[in-house]
Design a protein. Structure first.
Length: 566
């Protein structure tokens, strides 16, 4: 149960969320704020049992409780469970109201009184126009989403931990911050009973259960995204001014600036908005956030900001090809559809390399991770884990995981963390009692027949080997650019990163149009096709620089459109 000031001590919810900022999640509105909202909505009396909105409802109204109390229920559980109670002066809802997703809870009156009902379109407008009220609501909604994720409200994902499809679905839900509960048929005694109630055989898993009644059998990411309101609706005849392929910090920054300046814009991503940065547990050196910000929260704030200005967001929409059209560019998607645009921003980033260790994928197929979020932390709770890598991403993952697992081994190939990791992270790791740093070390073997029971590391100076009893491996090594989908349409450097400006490979001529315009410094050898962030050759691999390049690229897009008479 989520603890609110109005909550009682009795609840069927076993999980209990503790938060250091309870009143940030459940603020009480001032009389002035209620008066401002009163002018946007209507008051109506409530009776015990009245349902204000149900789990799964889309575009629900925004409710302020003037008198009485309202309870929130999770109806995806076999028996619906109360998760919070709100009293007078508080407001209902969470991020779904701002993003257009369905509600993850049901709101039912448990003490008669009166509510103020404000249409959702008006509250979305008020949130961006009234800074004080907007910040209050946004902060509360971000915290509430985190709480719903922590207690496992919303979706039920049922399957085997050994199933690749179970892992895919869970990772998709986690990356898109969809509240869910994982039920492992290998361990959870109640899983079989739940499946029997729904008429589902164990061999038919994985399944996703929504609202306690709708069952998605091994859904694709696209099917789950459609159910949860993530996919953008794109008119087939539309030609965009800008398509950002990749919705990490660079792509989202471009979407925000382009849409705010009147360009018809869409940002696409094959998995989730936020990119690699979205998997970071905490970014502490990003300007303006002295206490740090999680990658997920940065992504959520950016999504709301982009939508505020009218940008479209498409998840999952995977680009598989880029080619020229009649005066524009054509992006081919994995579902066979196409998107046409006058300009394209390549922001597909880079992926972590896989370790070249015998039997690693065979034994650790569901125990090897390339992100460290609360979802992965829950899977490893109480176990010992190894983090491989010497950069900031590896350091942030180790610090985060150390708060959830029994022990973290940080396996670093080099002999000095200072070569690639920020000092604040090095100091924090050195002080943490549950982190052991293993320099000059590499993973050589895995232990286990069907499950990962440990790894063997080797000191690359002495040759000494040591077995680590790790049940999970987190890999943050190297960067491989995600550019295979581009084919030969744009020039790449010897490592596969996209060339921009006037630096091109031998034999490649930079573009020159009728006005003899050379490419701008973020432009590829194709006019109107730009590259930013980690995927760009020579870029600085930092969140701040990716955001900067994404915003600067929009100015260059304007110049291209002007030259092209568009």
């Amino acid at each position: 149960m989520i603890t609110t000031p109005e909550s009682t001590s009795t609840s069927s919810r076993a999980a209990h969320v503790e938060t250091a900022d309870l009143f940030g999640a459940f603020p009480r509105l001032s009389e002035a704020q209620i008066d401002a909202l009163d002018r946007q909505g209507v008051r109506r009396p409530t009776a015990v049992g009245d349902v204000l909105f149900r789990q799964g409802d889309v575009d629900c109204a925004f409710y302020v409780i003037l008198q009485g109390k309202v309870a929130l229920f999770d109806e995806s559980a076999p028996e619906r469970e109360m998760i919070a109670i709100h009293g007078a002066g508080r407001f209902l809802g969470e991020l779904h109201l701002l993003t257009g997703q369905p509600s993850f809870v049901t709101a039912e009156v448990c003490e008669a009184g009166e509510v103020l009902e404000v249409p959702v379109d008006r509250i979305r407008k008020l949130v961006v126009e009234d800074r004080g009220l907007g910040d209050l609501i946004l902060r509360a909604y971000l915290l509430r989403r985190s709480m719903l994720i922590e207690i496992g409200a919303g979706l039920r994902i049922v399957g085997s931990r050994h199933s690749p499809d179970s892992r895919r679905i869970r990772e998709f839900a986690a990356r898109n911050r969809l509240p869910h509960k994982w039920i492992d048929v290998e361990e959870d005694r109640d899983a079989e009973n739940l499946l029997r109630q729904l008429g589902i055989a164990v061999e038919d898993t994985p399944v996703v259960i929504w609202r306690g009644e709708r069952v998605l059998r091994n859904p694709s990411n696209a099917e789950l995204a459609s159910t949860m309101g993530l996919r953008a609706t794109v008119a087939h005849s539309a030609v965009f001014d800008l398509v950002a392929v990749g919705a990490g910090p660079a792509g989202l920054a471009a979407a925000v600036y382009a849409a705010s300046e009147g360009l018809v814009t869409i940002a696409l991503d094959s998995v989730a908005a936020g990119g690699q940065a979205g998997t970071s547990s905490r970014i502490e050196n990003y300007l303006g956030f002295p206490t740090g910000i999680s990658g997920a929260e940065l992504a959520e704030r950016s999504i709301i900001q982009a939508r505020k200005f009218g940008a479209h967001l498409g998840v999952p929409m995977e680009a598989v090809g880029l080619e020229g059209g009649e005066g524009h560019h054509v992006i081919r998607l994995s579902d066979g559809s196409i998107i046409e645009s006058h300009s394209v921003l390549i922001a597909t980033g880079a992926r972590y390399r896989k370790l070249d260790v015998p039997r690693l994928e065979e034994v650790g197929g569901t125990s090897v991770h390339y992100a460290a979020t609360i979802a992965e932390a829950k899977l490893c709770r109480g176990a010992e884990v190894a983090v491989v890598g010497g950069g900031n991403s590896a350091g942030q993952a180790a610090v985060f995981l150390a708060e959830h697992v029994a022990r973290v081994y940080l396996v670093v190939r080099s002999g000095d963390l200072g070569d690639s990791m920020s000092r604040y992270l090095i100091d924090r790791l050195a002080r943490h009692p549950d982190v052991e740093i293993l320099l000059n070390s590499e993973v050589r073997e895995v232990i286990g027949e069907t499950n990962l029971d440990g790894v063997i590391i080797e000191n690359n100076l002495t040759g000494d080997r040591r077995a680590l009893p790790t049940r999970a491996l987190f890999v943050f090594v190297g960067a491989v650019p995600y550019t295979a989908w581009l084919g030969s349409y744009v020039d790449l450097d010897d490592h596969g990163f996209v060339c921009t400006g006037q630096v091109f490979s031998p034999g490649i001529s930079p573009p020159v149009d009728a006005a003899h315009r050379p490419p701008s410094f973020l432009e590829t050898n194709r006019h109107g096709v730009f590259a930013v962030g980690d995927v760009r050759s020579g870029s600085i691999k930092r969140v701040a620089s990716a955001v900067g390049e994404g915003s600067v690229a929009v100015r260059l897009v304007h110049e291209h459109l002007a030259h092209a008479g568009q």
